[in-house]
Design a protein around this ligand. Structure first.
Ligand code: ZN
Length: 452
């Protein structure tokens, strides 16, 4: 009786008036920066292409070397520097906004050095990508997009494997959680055991997010030997152990429910469709009689600007599809997170609700975001939706079966989730995963490019 009376679960995400005002303004800034940034990029690229810059750069490259593949190493970097500079104003304003609202604590020199590093990576990998794309275009005018797609598969897999090992340490420091917080590892291992899986403590890392951000987060990344769970150090300071277990349980859900593989397959499907659309669109744009672009053929290096323009446009259009998929798997991970901590914490509903409330306040999440902006840009369901679901999700008290831990109700004992048979050793995982965080970071500008 007493327990029931004292157990009042908040079911609506709300903010105190001062934070609410900030959160609403911040969501306006984010939407304006995102849509404005894309419009700006498209406009400037279009103007440069229309002005014939592609042809000038192409001519300059061919005056230096007659070999088309070598020309790519001149044309690619020039266009990618231009692209980085086009995006710079939006990224700068985004960082200023993050500083203003207290979400970032990174000073400008450090921010510019991060921007420099990520721009260098863009130039390096972008140039390699262009060299491959144009080599394929020269070899097969009609089928280059299929070859490109086949090449994308191993590149995506290798990229997902390499990012946590080679790229992430360029931006943040990671230390084994076992060394920094062995007590927490012991707690997390309880969640691992209940999930019936095998995530050794050596795969858990702490990231020094506090040098750059005031936010709280965690994510899963890598695959095979590089697969790992990363917890931001800010999380340890700002959330209770039970709340961390829920955040971690959500991450474990991404592991167990194979979200990284599903995400990869989904993105490869999108790539296939969009490469085909790009192929048709570019052929039409370059081939038409009134073509203002001064581009002889698509495999001519003069077309790079036009290819970048079409890519920007298509990835903008792909955004709502990718995000709808992302919101779906994030919801599944929320359900799993709440189920996996059942029996480990006193009140899973309460823990999840407090978590969402706390993180919403820290990240200044708007309680009632614009529906269109949410549909187009949100990688996670809104905080209001997540909190409302968590507050009402209690299959055990209603005598219903939990979604992922079905065997529990029948046997009264804890077993691995029914659809997985405990077969998820991360040591033997064969499929790549994408990074899937607990909380969204929607700003395109970010000191944490992996969370874009
Ligand atoms: Zn997640």
């Amino acid at each position: 009786m007493i327990e029931a009376a004292s157990r009042v679960i908040l079911s609506t995400y709300t903010l105190p008036p001062d934070k609410l005002e900030k959160a609403i303004h911040l969501s306006h800034w984010r939407a304006a920066l995102y849509f404005g940034g894309v419009a700006w990029t498209i406009l400037i690229l279009w103007a440069l292409v229309r002005w014939g810059l592609g042809e000038r750069i192409g001519r300059w490259a061919s005056s230096i070397t007659p070999k088309p593949w070598l020309q790519g190493f001149l044309v690619g970097p020039v266009w990618l520097v231009i692209l980085a500079l086009i995006d710079l104003p939006e990224e700068t304003v985004s960082h200023a906004v993050s500083l203003h609202y207290g979400l970032s604590v990174q000073r400008w020199p450090g921010w510019f050095s991060d921007w420099g590093v990520s721009s260098l990576l863009l130039i390096l990998f972008g140039t390699l990508a262009f060299t491959c794309v144009y080599a394929l275009m020269r070899r097969s005018h009609r089928h280059w997009w299929i070859w490109l797609w086949l090449l994308t598969i191993p590149v995506e897999v290798a990229g997902i494997f390499a990012v946590p090992v080679f790229i992430d340490p360029l931006f943040n420091h990671f230390s084994p959680l076992e060394k920094t917080d062995p007590a927490l590892v012991a707690q997390l291992e309880r969640v691992v055991a209940r999930g019936g899986i095998d995530i050794p403590p050596s795969r858990m890392f702490l990231m020094d997010a506090s040098t750059k951000s005031t936010g709280v987060n965690a994510y899963v990344t890598g695959f095979g030997a590089s697969k790992r769970v990363v917890v931001w150090d800010t999380t340890l300071k700002l959330a209770s152990i039970d709340e961390i277990l829920f955040i971690y349980g959500h991450e474990q859900g991404h592991y167990v429910l194979r979200h990284i593989v599903k995400g990869l397959l989904f993105s490869l499907l999108l790539f296939l469709i969009f490469y085909w659309i790009a192929f048709r669109l570019l052929r039409r744009l370059v081939g038409c009689r009134w073509s203002p672009w001064r581009i002889r053929s698509l495999d001519d290096w003069a077309s790079v600007g036009l290819v970048l323009l079409v890519m920007t446009l298509l990835s903008f259009i792909a955004e709502p599809m990718g995000n709808a998929f992302s919101r779906r798997i994030e919801h599944q991970a929320d359900v799993y997170g709440q189920e996996v901590i059942h029996g480990l914490v006193a009140d899973p509903q309460q823990v999840a609700v407090v978590d969402f409330q706390r993180l919403g306040e820290i990240w200044l999440e708007n309680p009632s975001p614009n529906r269109f902006v949410e549909w187009w840009t949100y990688t996670h369901p809104s905080t209001s939706e997540r909190l409302k679901f968590a507050a009402n999700y209690d299959p055990w008290s209603e005598g219903k079966e939990p979604r992922y831990f079905r065997s529990e109700v029948r046997n009264g004992i804890t077993l691995a989730p029914s659809q997985n048979h405990g077969n998820h050793s991360i040591r033997t995982a064969r499929f790549p995963i994408r990074r899937v965080g607990f909380f969204p970071r929607r700003s395109r500008n970010s000191s944490f490019p992996e969370n874009r």
